[in-house]
Design a protein around this ligand. Structure first.
Ligand SMILES: [Zn+2]
Length: 185
């Protein structure tokens, strides 16, 4: 035990020396000097799908149809996605789970990779998401948020995202509203 105490003390001393040395090289701000900033996320909320435009409602209905294409044997949570491309074409995606768990794929990424492969010159304007069960709105996971943003960046135009469920929907006009501080190489 005395040996352990001695080791901890010496480790602290080394850290303090290192910190002092670092302070000489760079100006480390004191805690009270750190600037705090606030992020605001803008989104629309529809208390009822009837409040959506006819085009958006149609896309949510397409996402609901895609839910039936899901293979969600393990989670029991089926997700469908539908996207409208600039040409007016509508594409679908659904989650597909695998016996090798990480090999499955979310509905949103299934759709995005499929669309980028087959229609690389036809950008996505709006992406709608639905699920079963559907007591509440279905939001994309972190990985899908990143990929939606990657696609938005590559195509150079905003992707609106409609997240529906429980009879309501939340809509962001640009994908970055879903993921501030996005990773970028
Ligand atoms: Zn996902």
């Amino acid at each position: 035990m005395p040996l352990l105490t001695k080791n901890i003390m010496s480790e602290r001393a080394i850290l303090q020396i290192f910190h002092n040395f670092l302070s000489l090289l760079v100006q480390i701000p004191k805690k009270e000097e750190i600037m705090y900033k606030k992020l605001e996320i803008e989104y629309h909320h529809a208390e009822s799908l009837a409040e959506l435009t006819a085009e958006d409602r149609e896309l949510v209905e397409e996402a609901q149809k895609a839910v039936k294409m899901a293979y969600a044997k393990y989670s029991g949570f089926s997700v469908g996605a539908a996207a409208r491309l600039r040409s007016g074409r509508i594409v679908h995606g659904a989650n597909n789970e695998s016996e090798v768990f990480p090999s499955g794929m979310c509905a949103e990424r299934t759709l995005l990779y499929h669309t980028e492969t087959l229609y690389p010159d036809d950008p996505i304007t709006t992406l709608a998401i639905a699920s079963d069960p559907s007591e509440r709105e279905c939001y994309p996971c972190g990985g899908c948020r990143q990929v939606i943003l990657d696609v938005q960046r590559r195509q150079g135009s905003p992707i609106r995202v409609i997240m529906s469920g429980g009879g309501t929907a939340s809509i962001v006009d640009r994908a970055e509203m879903l993921l501030p501080f996005t990773f970028q190489l």
